[in-house]
Design a protein around this ligand. Structure first.
Ligand code: ZN
Length: 309
């Protein structure tokens, strides 16, 4: 595992993070082979909102993906599902996809990637200066979401922003004590607003409880001009091995039962209402639709040109 390790202290501490991703400091999309992700930002409109998904990093994992996904599934099933979906069962690739939304009133950034350099250069691709960001929303406190709040020297990346996150999530990490949280998030507490399920970020953007991945993990619903988009964050971290099989256990889900219930709730809502969703770790540009696949599972339909016609 040359570029991705599972630090045992992190994993055993309750599935704290997509581990080591912040520590490794990778922002690059450097890959010997050409990736489909030639662009690092994808912009479209949701009503009057201008939305850009930002590729703040990609990581290839050359290790058994079943150490992360399908913990409760036998290896033969994991392999056959992978094969049926035309993906290898012995390695995988994650994107890291913060989203920025220009509402006309606010510039709202959802999550901050692995580090300040990554999010700053991704924002630049979308022609957004860090100083323009007026609200930073944290879906949860894992290192690959909070890493870009400050740079290596501890300076704020978003000097003019206020911050919004889930009350349950903040309270959990504040009580627990955690190095990343204490360094990146706790110092911002005075600039932070805490919300619950349905709480408002700004006009047209509200929180959707999706607890389980972490105790207070939340998604966000965007609504403008009669159009909607849901940011599901880490509700499902792989388009096949998690989204399509919500009951497959994921190492990084702190509460595996709650995480599965949240997948059913959130993905069921997306499927019923035919909503486009953005998944933080889905293949870039991170946007797709969800259809029911039989009575209990889901199928991911990547976006093509629907949102940009
Ligand atoms: Zn994540």
């Amino acid at each position: 595992m040359p570029e991705f390790t599972f630090p045992r202290r992190t994993v055993l501490a309750g599935g704290v993070a997509l581990p080591a991703m912040g520590a490794l400091g990778a922002t690059g999309i450097a890959n010997a082979r050409t990736s489909l992700a030639a662009s690092t930002q994808y912009s479209f409109a949701v009503g009057d909102f201008e939305v850009s998904t930002l590729l703040a990093g990609v990581r290839t994992v050359d290790d058994d993906p079943q150490r992360i996904f399908g913990l409760n599934i036998d290896q033969a099933e994991f392999r056959s599902v992978s094969e049926a979906n035309f993906i290898p069962s012995d390695r995988t690739q994650f994107s890291f996809i913060p989203t920025v939304v220009r509402t006309g009133r606010d510039v709202v950034l959802f999550d901050t990637g692995l580090n300040s350099r990554g999010i700053t250069s991704a924002l630049e691709q979308a022609s957004v200066a860090p100083s323009e960001v007026s609200i930073v929303v944290l879906t949860h406190m894992h290192g690959d979401h909070i890493g870009g709040l400050t740079d290596d020297a501890g300076e704020l990346t978003f000097v003019n922003a206020r911050y919004i996150t889930g009350q349950v999530e903040y309270d959990f990490w504040a009580a627990r004590g955690d190095d990343g949280f204490d360094r990146k998030v706790r110092p911002l507490a005075e600039k932070m607003t805490f919300i619950g399920d349905g709480g408002s970020v700004t006009s047209g953007i509200s929180g959707v409880a999706a607890f389980g991945h972490t105790p207070g993990h939340m998604g966000y619903m965007l609504e403008s001009g009669g159009e909607r988009l849901m940011l599901i964050a880490d509700t499902a971290n792989h388009y096949v091995w998690s989204l399509a099989y919500p009951d497959w256990e994921v190492r990084f889900d702190a509460d595996k039962t709650a995480a599965a219930a949240s997948r059913r709730k959130i993905l069921g809502m997306a499927a019923a209402d035919r909503l486009p969703i953005v998944g933080y770790h889905m293949p870039f540009p991170g946007i797709g639709y969800v259809t029911p696949d039989g009575p209990t599972e889901f199928h991911y339909v990547p976006v093509t040109y629907q949102l940009t016609l």
